[in-house]
Design a protein around this ligand. Structure first.
Ligand SMILES: N[C@@H](CCC(=O)N[C@@H](CS)C(=O)NCC(=O)O)C(=O)O
Length: 377
């Protein structure tokens, strides 16, 4: 068995701290006097960095993400961690619970998070970040981590994440974003529990930027380390796991894709201009509105003459992917929409937004900050 020593650190969100990219590194290891007792640095060989889970903040939790750093046998070097052969990460496997000291292999020395330096005497350094600048919080958490002991057992509600929480994908979302809404709709319909991190678009967390430099929401980080950066990918991923309401049908794929392309492309552009007409003074708001109607909404109205939903009588992926955008259009001038030329679309919108599913995905949350407990959604 070829596991090397283990490192545990707060994920700082800066360079070299990309939690979702599981990969091997090459480097040298040696001890350094500055690092204190039990400290560990790279000596040789390749290592894999495994995301274990998140600190829960407060007085016990780690501020950020916890990694194991493991030396791999030659045969498994270069493999993504989720494809490693059994035994490569230790005889008990590499379940996060072991590294938290909760699983059956909790005494396995090579799976224990490495302590970085002795804890200073006196008060235990707090890992709970302040409410200031995100980067500063990270720095504080990382420093504090160097001087803290990893506790073996946590009091309920204060310790590291439970097994289910640690396994939950992490969704960076913004309540009012129509792309994030469609992702939440699919995740919820599929019964996939995620750790939801509400994002303030003006103050995006470093963790999101490290995962997805394009910096849009939604972003879903899966438990195996993959990152889904497109709302449609998130929808399809969720529904491929479980689709109890039958949103996906293989024979509808082309039609669905065409409607979504129209929605996300020309319609969305006209919608943005209608919504923010003062920023596009080259035409009056009504002109952008009418363009949006002609491009997509009038064809949808025609479809609804044949079925209760866009492709059939029950909702499909197309209905749920377009719903948040049509809702946004209707909200720009509700009086016009209610009395205008789209009565069937208005009825469709009311039906689909009056569901418990839609109401649930519109729950309000405060923006997530590093160190906050995860909010399962
Ligand atoms: N193609 C992306 C588009 C996502 C997108 O544009 N989201 C907007 C919010 S509605 C965003 O994050 N914008 C970045 C910003 O405003 O800083 C998807 O389908 O997920």
């Amino acid at each position: 068995m070829a596991c090397g020593p283990v490192g545990c650190r707060a994920q700082a969100g800066g360079p070299g701290a990309r939690p979702a990219r599981l990969g091997a590194e090459r480097g040298r290891h040696h001890r350094s006097p500055q690092q204190g007792r039990g400290a560990f640095r790279r000596r040789s060989g390749r290592r894999v960095r495994c995301l274990l889970g998140r600190g829960a903040g407060g007085r016990h939790g780690l501020s950020g993400e916890v990694f194991l750093q493991l030396r791999l046998p030659r045969r498994d070097r270069g493999q993504p961690a989720f494809r490693l052969r059994p035994g490569s990460l230790g005889q008990e496997g590499h379940h996060p619970a072991q590294a938290r000291g909760q699983g059956p292999g909790r005494r396995h020395p090579q799976l224990h998070p490495q302590r970085r330096g002795a804890r200073p005497r006196g008060r235990r350094p707090s890992l709970a970040p302040g409410r200031g600048d995100g980067r500063h919080q990270h720095g504080g958490g990382a420093q504090a981590l160097q001087g803290r002991r990893v506790r073996k057992r946590a009091r309920p509600g204060t310790g590291p994440l439970s097994l289910n929480e640690a396994a939950a994908p992490v969704l960076y979302s913004f309540r009012r974003c129509p792309y994030a809404m469609r992702a939440r709709l699919a995740l919820r319909a599929a019964g996939v529990t995620v750790a939801l991190r509400e994002v303030a678009l003006r103050d995006k967390p470093a963790e999101l930027l490290a995962l997805s430099p394009k910096a849009t929401v939604p972003v879903l980080r899966l438990a195996d380390g993959r990152v889904l950066e497109q709302s449609l990918d998130i929808m399809r991923w969720a529904l491929a796991r479980h689709d109890p309401q039958g949103w996906l049908r293989a024979d509808e794929d082309d039609e669905v894709a065409a409607l979504i392309a129209l929605n996300d492309g020309p319609f969305k552009q006209a919608l943005d201009r209608y919504k923010y007409a003062s920023r596009h003074p080259q035409r009056p708001a009504e002109a952008w509105r009418d363009e949006a109607v002609a491009l997509l909404l009038a064809p949808l109205e025609a479809r609804l003459a044949a079925h209760r939903c866009l492709l059939r009588d029950t909702p499909s992926l197309a209905d749920m992917a377009l719903l948040p955008f049509v809702r946004q259009f209707a909200g720009v001038d509700a009086a016009w929409f209610d009395g205008g030329p789209l009565p069937r679309l208005g009825d469709w919108l009311r039906r689909l937004t009056a569901t418990p599913l839609f109401e649930t995905v519109m729950t309000r949350f405060n923006p997530w900050r590093p160190g906050d407990p995860e909010r399962l959604f």
